[in-house]
Design a protein around this ligand. Sequence first.
Ligand code: VAH
Length: 321
Amino acid sequence: KILVTGATGQIGVELTQVLRDKYGAENVIAAGYNNRLASELTQADPYCRLDVRDASALNKIVAGYQCDTIYHLASLLSAVAETKPIEAWDINVNGLLNVLETARTHGCAVFFPSSIGAFGPETPAFDTPQDTIQRPNSLYGITKVAGELLCDYYFHRYGVDTCGLRYPGLISHKTLPGGGTTDYAVDIFYAAVKYRHYDCFLRADTQLDMMYMPDAVAAAITLMEADSATLKHRNAFNVTAMSFTPGQLAAEIQKHLPDFTISYSIDPVRQAIADSWPRHMDDSAARAEWGWKPIYDLPATVQDMLKQITINGQKTKEAAY
Ligand code: VAH
């Protein structure tokens, strides 16, 4: 059985669904910090409340369901982590440590999502190498570097099968993201459909790597199913699908909604975080070692996001954070 922590978050909701379609709903346990409405829960949708800081609760779930795989997505994202750094360290690092200890005890494989946030201002900003300097200056980034190192440690020291991805900004329409620096690339679509205008919190020329959620979910599952013998790296692989600025995203949206306009009210905290991150990563190691290949580029992402939000926008769930 598979446990997904952070299952009500931006990645968790879609990853849980794809895993259930693939392995059967009864084999995928969704665990989230917040309570889900009873009406949402069905027999075929096992869900349990979990605060990953509670090691015994985590252990009980893994032992009780006899899980052999943990996709550990529970985390505070970059912008919200700056507002509560101690809590973010506790959730992001001690929570991960609880997962790794539980995995060591019960023989589980672990997926860990790292991020472009694991890089800092001294990291080469273009074609960021798989192996390079990592001195992030956001608390979130520091927890992601610590997480990568902890996961590698548990692999080398205890043989725990850990692997992970350094995700770029993720774009999706099933949940609203919570507290990220790249959230503008999601919010803009809702604003475009509803109001034909978006006031962006990052500068027009802020180039960042991005990926559409179907590619992000597929990458995690493909990596977890890869033959360990082919992996030279584990925690964590650079993966990206596109790299654009708010200006370029707005121009692509305007191809569908010609009357869409964008303005800019810069949030200094999130601008500083974005400026410390790379512009475009080299993901050749992921392509070579386990066949990473994204499907969605910027035009395909914009087309699908606008279509999905126009149809289902009102059903979008609030992400928990
Ligand atoms: C954030 N969406 O903005 C997350 C992610 C690369 C960005 O880590 O914090």
